[in-house]
Design a protein around this ligand. Structure first.
Ligand code: PGA
Length: 249
């Protein structure tokens, strides 16, 4: 049985006091009473203050990490450092990192292995552009990313990974894939995972939808049994919106 996971990707938003305030509000509003995992991913600078809050319901993670363990990599933050500040998750391969910062599947794969070694669960993002969707390449693109991102990761580790299917054209645009379209791709991802691993492993891996998820459209996705939650950007920046998404039936 998969526990749904709702994760907030705060991107380049929230100072430390703002992050602390939002986390306090979320914890108070949710008050332990959720049957799904709730994760927020603030900026690196806020992680230690969030850890110090000692939240029970709301877990925290990072938005990126280094593809190296340590050494002369100015400006990078390692998996062990994230573990130090209580991160249980790290978002990897977000389309903004792929597009704006040249992150490759090879880097995503390396980072995922390092994260798992430090007991941090990767949330690996995959998704197609509008052009790719229009030319019928969606599944090829997404399953290609998936295969490269999971390359060489053993079955026990694979089961700890969360996949986020995020069509790039739906991110921050207010446009969403229909629940049916998201479900079609997510089902294809699960079938591919069964080929890469086995049916039981594929059935245990959580796959989220992401892209303009709001309190008023989350149900459309969650009604599909294959969709195990959401990766939320804009709507994770306000406590009432994010709680509305978490508490959707
Ligand atoms: P959005 O972002 O919810 O603002 O579309 C989603 C994401 O980038 O993960």
């Amino acid at each position: 049985m998969r526990t749904p996971i709702i994760a907030g990707n705060w991107k380049l938003n929230k100072t430390v006091p703002e992050a602390v305030e939002l986390c306090r509000q979320l914890e108070a509003l949710l008050d332990g009473a959720v049957d799904r995992e709730v994760v927020v991913c603030p900026s690196f600078t806020a992680l230690s203050a969030v850890q110090a809050l000692g939240l029970v319901t709301v877990k925290h993670g990072a938005q990126n990490m280094a593809a190296y363990e340590s050494g002369a990599y100015t400006g990078e933050v390692s998996a062990a450092m994230l573990r130090d500040v209580g991160c249980q998750y790290v978002i990897l391969g977000h389309s903004e990192r792929r597009e704006l910062f040249g992150e490759t599947d090879e880097a995503v794969n390396t980072k995922a292995r390092l994260a798992l070694r430090s007991d941090i669960k990767p949330i690996i993002c995959v998704g197609e552009t509008l052009e790719q969707r229009r030319s019928g390449e969606t599944e090829d693109v997404v399953l290609g990313q998936l295969t490269r991102d999971f390359d060489g990761i053993d079955v026990e580790d694979a089961a700890r990974i969360v996949v986020a299917y995020e069509p790039i054209w739906a991110i921050g645009t207010g446009e969403t894939a229909s629940g049916e379209d998201a479900n079609t791709v997510i089902s294809a991802i699960r079938r591919k995972l069964a080929v890469l691993y086995d049916a039981d492993t594929a059935a245990s891996i959580r796959i989220q939808y992401g892209g303009s998820v709001k309190p008023n459209n989350i149900r459309e996705f969650m009604e599909y049994p294959d969709i195990d939650g959401a990766l939320v950007g804009g709507a994770s920046l306000r406590a009432d919106d994010f709680v509305g998404i978490v508490q959707c039936s």
